[in-house]
Design a protein. Sequence first.
Length: 89
Amino acid sequence: MAKPEDDDKPKPKTYFFFVGHDRYETDQRSLTGAQIKAKVPDWQAGYGLMLEGAGDEADRLIADDESVSLDKDHGPRRFTPVPPATFGA
């Protein structure tokens, strides 16, 4: 049973984002592309991670070492797995 003083402790802030149609949560304010990929079960090796642009922003590919803010003022971040491009095939 929870102690009354436990109710006074601030709850950890939760951030969330979507990859495809699936929602993921974290207690971290920002994650790198590699950290986001690591949260997705069965992520396909070689796939890229596309961040969907909001408003006038264009969609853009997120590098594994690039940090993305998950602050709520950006709205929920939405990502899409992108298969590797094959040129000249």
